[in-house]
Design a protein around this ligand. Structure first.
Ligand SMILES: [Zn+2]
Ligand SMILES: [Zn+2]
Length: 355
């Protein structure tokens, strides 16, 4: 065992084999190609995307697939030509980076890039960061921030992007549907940072809504007990919220968001639905009400830098999203507790000797 560069030849990795089928496998430790860096993973956070991959697969990533994409770790090797990073640095990175060349990148819409390079494989002892991501959205973690806190940069990039679309104005009332999940809790904080006067948080778990309350949501409602549209309209003189942010990722939540926004308001559909899903909307409400609807995906490298600064400066509390730490063997249980709504995010520790 052990090759000439001092790194082991094989490592443990959690491999996705098909819907609700995971296995721990021994796989080769990758070596960094030109422009890449190799990271020993110290923390890998669970995420809604992982839950989707685990539950139903992902058309872009057929099995067998080593997944996990929110990570922090130590640089243990650098590929040829890498100058910005050195062995021993603590780093995190976004899950993708744009090409800077294509039609969309030239228009500042790098999140829609035709040549996005992805970076999965964090549920393993080691992973390589592709050159494009090394160049654009890999960050050195300052000593006061933990690996797991830094890893929240990935979901926060998307929240920064979504908030950039709806442009909350000081004094506005913002409703967040699906507020108890990690994305909802980040949106609540960003909405307040952007000047929202009131944030109405709607979710399904009292425990998670209590976290929304601690983070400053002015009103919390459990959608099991209260009708979301009525609750939001009652608080806003019957008009609806200025901005509604949907983070539940269900057809009903997409439709509810449009019913709960005021005339002239903005809706952000943050939570993705499976391809082919049709939603039913009242066209007259959107037309005569001048309602603006935003879909969205990901974020740009510039937004990734902004998100990382929000974490390192302490402007956004990311610790409240981290519900506990478990070894790689317990990844499947961790994903199931996310599905059950028992935890917000779990921190997976692939290298147990470093946990
Ligand atoms: Zn994620
Ligand atoms: Zn591009």
């Amino acid at each position: 065992m052990g090759s000439t560069d001092g790194l082991p030849d094989s490592m443990r990795a959690a491999v996705y084999l098909g819907p609700q089928r995971l296995a721990l496998r021994q796989v080769p430790v990758p070596r960094p190609a030109s422009g890449e860096i190799l990271v020993r993973v110290r923390a890998a956070n669970t995420c809604g995307t992982d839950v989707k991959i685990y539950s139903r697969g992902h058309p872009k990533f057929p099995p067998p697939f080593v997944f996990g994409h929110e990570f922090g770790g130590d640089v243990v090797a650098v590929g040829e030509g890498v100058e910005a990073f050195t062995i021993g640095q603590r780093v995190t990175a976004n899950v993708f980076a744009e090409c800077d060349q294509c039609f969309y990148c030239r228009r500042g819409q790098g999140n829609l890039c035709e040549n996005l390079v992805y970076n999965f494989g964090a549920y393993a002892e080691y992973l390589t960061i592709p050159a494009s991501i090394v160049q654009r959205s890999t960050f050195v973690i300052p000593s006061h921030i933990s690996y797991a806190q830094a890893a929240v940069v990935e979901p926060l990039v998307t929240v920064v992007h979504g908030q950039g679309l709806v442009r909350i104005q000081p004094g506005e009332t913002v409703a967040v549907i699906g507020a108890g999940g990690p994305i909802g809790l980040l949106h609540i904080q960003m909405a307040m940072a952007n000047g929202a006067e009131r944030v109405i948080a709607i979710g399904h778990s009292d425990a998670r809504l209590a976290v929304a309350c601690q983070l400053g949501a002015s009103h919390i409602y459990n959608a099991h007990r209260v009708d979301t549209i009525t609750a939001i309209r009652d608080l806003t003189g019957g008009r609806g919220a200025d901005v509604v942010i949907e983070c539940a990722g269900t057809k009903v939540a997409w439709e509810t968001a449009v019913e709960a926004v005021r005339k002239g308001g903005r809706v952000l559909w943050f939570g993705g639905l499976p391809g082919g899903t049709k939603v039913e909307l009242d066209a007259a409400r959107i037309h005569y009400g001048e309602i603006t609807l935003y879909g969205m995906h990901g974020g740009t490298a510039k937004e990734a830098r902004c998100a990382f600064e929000l974490i390192t400066s302490g402007a956004i509390n990311v610790s409240c999203l981290l519900s506990g730490k478990v070894p790689l063997e317990e990844l499947e249980t961790a994903l199931q507790s996310m599905i059950a709504g028992e935890v917000i995010k779990m921190v997976i520790i692939p290298n147990q000797d470093l946990g």
